[in-house]
Design a protein around this ligand. Sequence first.
Ligand SMILES: Nc1ncnc2c1ncn2[C@@H]1O[C@H](COP(=O)(O)OP(=O)(O)OP(=O)(O)O)[C@@H](O)[C@H]1O
Ligand SMILES: [Mg+2]
Length: 246
Amino acid sequence: MLKTSDAAIPRVVVDDVHKDFKLRHTHSIKETFVAALKRKPLTTDFHALDGVSFEIGAGESVALLGFNGSGKSTMLKLISGVLTPDEGKVLTRGRVAGLIEVGAGFHPDLSGRENIYLNAAILGMTKKETEERFDEIVEFSEISQFIDTEVKHYSSGMFLRLAFSVAIHTEVDVLLIDEILSVGDEPFQKKCLARIRALHEQGKTLVVVSHDLDMVSSLCDRGILLRDGKVLFDGASGDAVAKMRS
Ligand SMILES: Nc1ncnc2c1ncn2[C@@H]1O[C@H](COP(=O)(O)OP(=O)(O)OP(=O)(O)O)[C@@H](O)[C@H]1O
Ligand SMILES: [Mg+2]
C-alpha cells in the first residue's frame, strides 16, 4: 500500500469557493410592495467570497489578511463549518476548533462550568476527558471566581478566557482564531500568544485573522491576503503584510 506522510496531506482545502450574501434594498413592507409592483429588484447579491482557492498543510501557520469586509471572517466560518459555500468545496481533516466570535458557542443561561462541558462536547471531548482537564481549563482562564455565574453576565474578556481555555485543552488539529484575542487584556493576550506558539511547535495547524499586522507576521509563516473576496497574494507573511500596506 502507498504510504503518504501526514504532513503531505493538507489539513484544509478551499477550492474555488464562492459565498454570496443578499443586500436588501427595502426597509418596510410598503416599500417591498411598491418595489415588487415596479418590478425593481428587492435584493442584490453581494460576493463576499469570489472564487477563493488555497490549501493549508499540516503544521502550517497562516494569517488571513485584508481590510474590513474583505471576507476573512466569512472564510473562517466556512472552514469551521458554521457556513457552507454556495459554490466550490471546503474540506478539512482532523478536529477543527474555531475561536471566531466572542461568546459564540456559549449558552447564556448556563454557568461557566456548564458551558465548559458544552463547548468541550462540541469539540469532540467526552465527559470523562473534560472532567480530567476541568481544573486546568479553569486555571488557565483565571476566572474561577465566576465559574458558577451564568455566562450572560460575563464580560467580553471573560468569554474569550473561557473559550480559549477550552479550545487549547482539547485535542485540536486545526485552530482558527478570528480577532477575538483583542478583547483580552495585555497579560492574557501574551499568555494566549505563548500558548498558540507552543501549539504550533507541537505541529498544530493555525489560521489566524488579526489587524495586528506585526503580531501575525511574527506568529505566522504564511499570509493569504484577501481583497474584495479574492486572493490578492499568498506567500510569506512578511511579504503579505508589505503588500497590504503598499
Ligand atoms: N450574514 C451576512 N449577511 C450579509 N452580509 C454579510 C454577512 N456576513 C458577512 N457579510 C458581508 O460580507 C463581507 C465580508 O464580511 P467579513 O465579515 O468576512 O469581513 P472581514 O474581512 O472579516 O472584515 P473585518 O476585518 O471587518 O472583520 C462584508 O461586506 C459583510 O457585510
Ligand atoms: Mg472579521
